[in-house]
Structure formats: structure tokens, C-alpha cells
Design a protein around this ligand. Structure first.
Ligand SMILES: Cc1ncc(COP(=O)(O)O)c(C=O)c1O
Length: 374
């Protein structure tokens, strides 16, 4: 498998990644991989270009994608859904805001275990709701949900929990028992759990992944599952997300929503999704090896007090609280751009998020520059 992708090639993509900062700054922010596109995805997109497939997409149920996705979710995430339970979306953030608006009681706040993906707060604001942060509890093996506080917030009126599973930025894969306990709390309050599982295919060390909605009957009833091939197979600009329902009432409400609410997929993204989920396995396996080598480099080069390799994602969550004031600015001065931990919720201040899905030489140079900080 060819993993070589020079910075010149990365810049020539003309995207936000590598075209935001001035020359010389190593950008470890945007969550994309500096790798060639997976061959099956590229072939599908090239074929679509040859056939000039640039029109409006066919209806979800005529696209063949729900069949592919339901097979994939059962095989890889233990989630049993029929093709009829799967719907397409242009992007997951739209799915989150629409699910909050249409599938949770009007006006109720949304519980967000943090640190989490910063755009969750935007999606909740777009839905016109208040976000209630419940910081996760840091423990030896990463972060755990604070189930007592989630319970208390649901008792106080919240009716939705927005989960990032695996976690961005923490890389935490929640265990089945922890998720089942969350489901019992949710079902008791008539609350919903929206589980964003976009990072699920990117896992290390054989860590098992179970979709939230797969862990119990209560989880099936309360869960709304969001997934996409765009992150793990690296085509986020092609716009194709997925939602899987495990609750008949949700499916009915969703099928009545207008295209302005849930439409806007790109036919190229749809073809790429099928290619990734049906033929992208070998590429993903090799890529996980590539990412794991970078993850090991980080574990070797960063002091253990500030970085612990996570179970999933290609994001490193680095604790610089005791090391430097204003770490984002300090690292920018050294020529490394990273994401501010504070964007991921309270408790993220003093941390930075670093994308390690880059070429080993770029990572080595970034670590060399960063080493001046500790
Ligand atoms: C947890 C999570 N969800 C969703 C997204 C973005 O998905 P989309 O572009 O489909 O909204 C990202 C991107 O980094 C992410 O980390």
C-alpha cells in the first residue's frame, strides 16, 4: 500500500487542511489524513466523473446504500438494523441538529459529556437548544461517563444525551456495560441518546466497538445512531452521512421530513461510501497500521504525564496544563498549529488536540519543535 503523500501534494488538494496557515507552520488541526485517497474510493469517484454523475441523487431507498450500511453495521458494530432503518444525510452535524429538533421534546436541553467534538455545540445551537455540559471523569484508562450527573441533568429536564463514541478528542471507546447503564438512565427519563460513531472504524490494539444502540433493548429504544464512511476513508468533502434508527417512531417522523431538512448528499459521496464500505477493508487495515506507528511515536516522544495513547481516532489529546500557559499560542510560535482544548468543552482548557494522521517526517519535525515546551 502506498502511504506517501508529500506536503506539496497535500497543499495541492486546495482544501482547508494545509491551506490555512502560512508556509512553514505544520498544521495538525483539521481532522483529515495526509494520505492518498483509498484506491476503491478513488476508482468509484473517477467512474462517477467519467459518467458525469453530477445530478440530484436518487431516493435513499433506491440508492443501494441502506443495504450496504445495514450489512456493515451488523458485521462491524454489532448493530442490527434493516435497510429501511437507514437514511442518508449530507453531513452528521445536520443529522444531530435535525434529530434534536424532531426527535426530542421541544425546548429541552441537551446533555453533552465533555470533552467532546466542538461542533456539537454549534449543532445544538442550530437546533435552538441549550447544551448542558457534564464533564467526563478522568480515570486510568481514559475518560468515563459521569452517569450520576447525567441522571441529575435528565431529572432536571434535559431529554437528550449527545455522545461522541469513540470520543473526539479523547479517543475513548465506551464499553458495553457503561453504555447499557446510560441506556437505563435514559429510558427512565424518556430521554434520547444520539450517538455519533463516525470515528468507530479507526481503532487500535483490537479494541472491540459496540454501537450504543446495540448494547440492550433500552439502548435500542433510546438510541439514534449517526455514522459515515467519510472520516475513516478520508473523503469528508464529498458529503454523505448516515443515520440508523432502532425505534419505529423515529423512522416514521424522519421519513416525513422535507428535503430542505435532511437532503443535500452528493452523488459522488454516495458512490464513495459504497466503495469504502464494500471494498475499503484492506486499505483501512493497512492505514490503521500506519496510524498506529505514528501513535507509538507519540507515546515514545511525549512524556507519559501529558499523553496516553488512546484506543481510537487519529487525534492525540495532550495535557499541557502543568507545562505552559496558553499552549496553542506557544506551539504556534514554535511553528506547530494545534486545536485548542477549550473548544472541546469545560475542562479542555490547557489541553491541545493534535492530528497525528500525517506523514512520519511531518510528525517527527512537529515533535522536535514541540519538545522545547517540556
Ligand atoms: C465526532 C465527529 N462527528 C462529525 C464530524 C464531521 O462530520 P460531518 O462533516 O459529516 O458533519 C467530525 C469531524 O471531525 C467528528 O469528529
Amino acid at each position: 500500500m502506498n502511504f506517501s503523500w508529500t506536503l506539496e501534494q497535500a497543499r495541492a488538494r486546495g482544501n482547508k487542511r494545509w491551506n490555512t496557515y502560512r508556509d512553514g507552520i505544520l498544521d495538525l488541526t483539521v481532522a483529515e489524513m495526509d494520505l492518498p485517497t483509498p484506491p476503491p474510493v478513488l476508482a468509484a469517484v473517477r467512474d462517477s466523473v467519467d459518467r458525469q454523475s453530477f445530478g440530484y441523487p436518487v431516493a435513499d431507498e433506491d440508492s443501494g446504500i441502506p443495504e450496504v450500511v445495514s450489512d456493515y453495521l451488523l458485521a462491524e458494530h454489532g448493530l442490527a438494523v434493516t435497510p429501511g432503518d437507514v437514511r442518508l444525510l449530507p453531513e452528521l452535524m445536520r443529522g444531530i441538529s435535525q434529530a434534536i429538533v424532531h426527535l426530542t421534546p421541544a425546548g429541552t436541553p441537551v446533555v453533552v459529556p465533555t470533552p467532546t467534538y466542538g461542533r456539537f455545540f454549534d449543532a445544538i445551537a442550530v437546533a435552538g437548544r441549550a447544551a448542558v455540559e457534564v464533564p467526563m471523569q478522568a480515570c486510568d484508562d481514559g475518560y468515563r461517563l459521569d452517569l450520576d450527573r447525567i441522571d441529575a441533568e435528565l431529572a432536571a429536564g434535559a431529554r437528550c444525551v449527545l455522545l461522541c463514541h469513540p470520543g473526539n478528542p479523547t479517543g475513548r471507546v465506551f464499553g458495553a456495560a457503561e453504555l447499557a447503564a446510560l441506556a437505563e438512565i435514559a429510558v427512565r427519563w424518556g430521554a434520547r441518546v444520539i450517538s455519533d460513531e463516525i470515528h468507530a472504524p479507526i481503532r487500535y490494539d483490537g479494541v472491540e466497538f459496540r454501537s450504543y444502540a446495540s448494547v440492550s433493548e433500552s439502548a435500542r429504544e433510546t438510541g439514534i445512531t449517526l455514522f459515515s464512511a467519510t472520516k475513516a476513508w478520508n473523503f469528508p468533502g464529498l458529503r454523505c452521512g448516515l443515520v440508523a434508527f432502532t425505534n419505529e417512531a423515529d423512522r416514521k417522523i424522519w421519513s416525513g421530513l422535507p428535503r430542505a431538512a435532511v437532503g443535500g448528499m452528493s452523488p459522488l459521496g454516495m458512490r464513495a461510501t459504497v466503495a469504502a464500505l464494500t471494498a475499503g477493508g484492506p486499505w483501512l487495515t493497512s492505514t490503521l497500521g500506519f496510524l498506529d506507528r505514528n501513535r507509538q511515536t507519540l507515546a515514545r516522544e511525549l512524556p507519559r504525564e501529558i499523553y496516553r495513547p488512546s484506543e481510537a481516532t487519529y487525534l492525540a489529546w495532550v495535557d499541557l496544563r502543568g507545562v505552559t500557559q496558553d499552549p496553542v499560542r506557544r506551539l504556534a510560535e514554535l511553528g506547530v498549529a494545534v486545536s485548542d482544548g477549550a473548544d472541546h468543552g469545560r475542562g479542555g482548557a490547557g489541553f491541545v488536540r493534535l492530528n497525528f494522521a500525517t506523514q512520519p517526517g511531518v510528525l517527527a519535525e512537529a515533535l522536535h519543535r514541540m519538545a522545547q515546551v517540556w
